[in-house]
Design a protein around this ligand. Structure first.
Ligand code: HEM
Length: 233
């Protein structure tokens, strides 16, 4: 309970979904209209994504109940398996060779955004066997959809930095390389992603990026059941 309250505090303090201004980036492009004095504002893509997926972020938080839903080591191992399958699937879809050139154009090096290997290391450390197959349970329609998917996959690492320590303090010393991602040089991968979104947002189909992010959140929610059902689906 204490842990969940502090997570909500972090969300409030970081102003993640309240429309706060992300550091280093202007919130909006303003286009002045001298005729009527009205100002038409177009939100930057990272701000739009945050606002237009906030409802689904709340839903996945409620559906998984993390970190409070993990009360035993066995539940933690089940969670690692579920997350591994999700990240493996997402990473293999994102790495589709048909988008290689477009990733380079927006300045994304996908190897910087991979985290399934951290789940594999955590699974090995708890003497569990990680599945080698990348499950095929969600699809990505096009490159903007892939950018939306990467936004969700990378964004989830931000919450992980809160979840990892909370799980350790609840159930004791378990490996949390995936959640804490210490070796990933935080916040550099998140910043590169936001820069790429800004670059893409100046000319690309931003609505399709938002749609891709929303369908990735839904895929995540479908994949992870509620904590009361044991986090397995
Ligand atoms: C279930 C427990 C979760 C908690 C407690 C949580 C918490 C947080 C927190 C505290 C942040 C802001 C971090 C910061 O600004 O430094 C954040 C951001 C984010 N989280 Fe989560 N998260 C959770 C799950 C997830 C999941 C499962 C996903 C995706 C599948 C996700 C996607 C995101 C995204 C995309 C952002 C970035 C929002 C933005 O600034 O645009 N989160 N989360």
């Amino acid at each position: 309970m204490t842990v969940l309250a502090s997570t909500a505090d972090v969300l409030r303090r970081s102003n993640v979904f309240g429309g706060g201004q992300p550091s280093g980036h202007p919130l909006v492009h303003g286009f002045g209209c001298s005729q009527g004095g009205a100002m038409h504002e177009v939100e930057e893509l990272p701000v739009r994504l945050r606002k237009e997926t906030a409802d689904l972020h709340l839903e996945v938080e409620a559906a998984t109940g993390l970190p409070g839903s993990i009360r035993t080591r066995a539940e933690y191992v089940t969670l690692l398996h579920c997350l591994h399958r999700f990240h493996q699937a997402a990473e293999s879809r994102l790495a589709d060779s048909k988008w290689a050139e477009q990733w380079a154009e927006v300045g994304i090096d996908l190897s910087q955004h991979r985290r399934a290997y951290l789940l594999e290391q955590d699974l090995v450390a708890v003497q569990a066997q990680a599945s080698r197959e990348a499950p095929d349970f969600f699809d990505i329609a096009d490159f903007p959809g892939a950018m939306g998917c990467l936004y969700v996959v990378e964004g989830s690492s931000l919450g992980g930095r809160v979840i990892g320590p909370a799980i350790r303090s609840a159930i004791g010393d378990v490996p949390t390389r995936f959640f804490e991602s210490a070796e990933r040089n935080h916040p550099s991968p998140w910043r590169s992603l936001k820069d790429a979104l800004l670059r893409f947002g100046s000319s690309g189909d931003t609505g399709a990026v938002v749609e891709g992010a929303r369908s990735t959140f839904r895929a995540f929610e479908r994949h992870l059941a509620t904590p009361r059902r044991g986090l397995v689906r």
